[in-house]
Structures are given as structure tokens and as C-alpha cells.
Design a protein around this ligand. Structure first.
Ligand SMILES: C[S@@+](CC[C@H](N)C(=O)[O-])C[C@H]1O[C@@H](n2cnc3c(N)ncnc32)[C@H](O)[C@@H]1O
Length: 252
């Protein structure tokens, strides 16, 4: 069966229990994600009654953008992802919950992905999406984010981070002794549910991951260097745990 359009996927989601889908994804993303997103939202340096303009890139179902809304109820959020299932789910949840803003299907590797965006966002957030890019693409995406923010706007992201080579052996041994955040059974459960809903092998159509992706290979300092190269300042590491780093920066 040929792949469905985003509109057809949206129709398949009508009548579905959207909270069940969000919960399946939450489980797939691991138990630490909720508090990590709360930390990102807590660190946004604006009064909570601000009418913030927020952009969630690689939004998936929209967890990061809606975490911002839960602290800034007057914010509006634009959500961007290339995945048709995720954008359909994100859009359905946002409509149900009255979240103001747009949900757009865009491939962030396309140099024109932000062609029709106003360049005045107060905040850009990203969760677990930037490591899908190779280094050259990520460097360009960080420059795009810089351009899209207004002066003094904030960029916050959480991404997998590896150790520097000198510390890799010991860090790896310690990490293996920590409780794992991700179970492959949860990944399978989520994506097999998507396949069942859509009626074909959606995951197969997404294609294979290739080795050029950053994945968990970039160190914390590597992420910071990407920020510095794009022009960001006031860079802070909000959290570093066995798997990921949460970083915040300001367009200076
Ligand atoms: C692990 S998911 C995280 C989703 C979401 N941020 C969250 O926290 O639930 C990674 C997301 O990055 C998106 N992504 C990866 N490469 C992309 C690209 N080139 N353009 C747009 N989205 C991309 C995927 O479609 C996927 O939704």
C-alpha cells in the first residue's frame, strides 16, 4: 500500500484516544523526559504571563512546545517536523487542547524550510531531534535558529551527549550500570501501533538510519561549539545525565 498523506493520517486519528497515543510515546521516550522538559520550560528567562512566540523544531507529537505552554499560558507555539504521523498527532492534540500556533510539515535539512517564518521568535526549543542531523546539517540548523530568534531570544535543547574520548571508557562503564531510560520493546510497541492504525508498514517507509547522524557521538562541548559557531552566548548546561545534556543559550 502506498503511503498516506498527512490529511489521510489525520482522518485515521479522528476518534482515537489521543492521550493513549501521547502516553505510548511518553513511555517510549523514557521516565526522565517529563522532568527534563519541565526544567527547560522553567529556565526560559521571561515572565510567565508573556505572550511568547515559541518554535518547537523536530517537534514529534509536540511534548516540548506544550511543556512551554504549561508554564507560559499566553504563549503561541509553532511546531515543525518532517514526519507526517507525528505532525498529524501534534496538530490533533493542539486543536483539542486549544494550543495557539501552527503545525508544519518541513524537512529542516531543506535550506528553505523557514521561508515563510517571521524572524521574531522569543524561544526555540528542541528535544531529542537534533542528533538526527549530521554535523554540517546541524551547524546550518543552529544558524537558522539564530536567524529566527529575536535579539535576546533563547534556544533550549535536550539531546543525547557522549563523553570526551579521554573519559569514554570509564564513563561508558558507569553509564552501563545506570538504569536504562529506553527499552526497545517500548519503541516497537509505539511504532507497531502506528503501523496497525495506518494499515501498512509506515516505519519501513521512513527508511534506514545512516551512520552520518550525530546520534550520541557528540560531547557536551561539541554541542556548545555548535552554539558558539552560530553566534549564541550566555550558554549554560542545565543538566547532564548518563544519556543526555540540556543546554540553554541566548541570541546575543
Ligand atoms: C525522537 S523524535 C523527538 C520528537 C519530539 N521532539 C519529542 O520530544 O517527543 C525526533 C524527531 O525529529 C524529527 N526529525 C528528524 N530529522 C528531521 C528533519 N530533517 N526535519 C524535520 N524533522 C526531523 C523526527 O521526525 C522526529 O519527530
Amino acid at each position: 500500500m502506498a503511503g498516506l498523506t498527512q490529511g489521510e493520517i489525520a482522518r485515521k486519528l479522528q476518534g482515537e484516544d489521543l492521550d493513549k497515543w501521547l502516553e505510548l510515546w511518553r513511555t517510549e521516550q523514557g521516565p526522565a523526559k517529563r522532568s527534563s522538559l519541565e526544567l527547560m520550560a522553567a529556565a526560559i528567562p521571561f515572565p510567565t504571563n508573556s505572550n511568547l512566540r515559541v518554535l518547537d523544531i523536530c517537534c514529534g507529537p509536540g511534548d516540548a512546545g506544550r511543556a512551554v505552554i504549561s508554564r507560559f499560558p499566553n504563549a503561541s507555539v509553532d511546531f515543525v517536523d518532517r514526519d507526517l504521523f507525528f505532525t498529524a498527532l501534534c496538530s490533533a492534540v493542539n486543536q483539542r487542547d486549544g494550543v495557539p500556533g501552527r503545525t508544519l510539515v518541513r524537512d529542516l535539512v531543506d535550506p528553505n524550510w523557514h521561508r515563510d517564518f517571521a524572524k521574531n521568535y522569543d524561544v526555540v526549543v528542541a528535544a531529542n531531534g537534533l542528533h538526527w542531523f549530521d554535523m554540517k546539517e546541524a551547524a546550518q540548523l543552529f544558524r537558522d535558529v539564530y536567524e529566527l530568534l529575536r535579539p535576546n531570544g533563547s534556544f533550549l535543547f535536550m539531546e543525547p551527549a557522549g563523553p570526551e574520548i579521554a573519559f569514554a571508557e570509564g564513563f561508558g562503564a558507569w553509564k552501563r550500570a545506570q538504569p536504562s531510560q529506553h527499552k526497545s520493546a517500548d519503541w516497537t510497541k509505539f511504532w507497531s501501533s502506528v503501523n496497525d492504525l495506518l494499515g501498512y508498514d509506515y516505519v519501513k517507509e521512513l527508511g534506514e538510519r545512516d551512520d552520518s547522524h550525530i546520534d550520541d557521538k557528540l560531547s557536551v562541548i561539541g554541542w556548545i561549539e555548535l552554539l558558539r559557531a552560530a553566534g549564541f552566548g550566555s550558554i549554560d548546561i542545565l543538566l547532564r545525565d548518563p544519556e543526555k545534556v540540556i543546554v540553554a543559550a541566548i541570541k546575543s
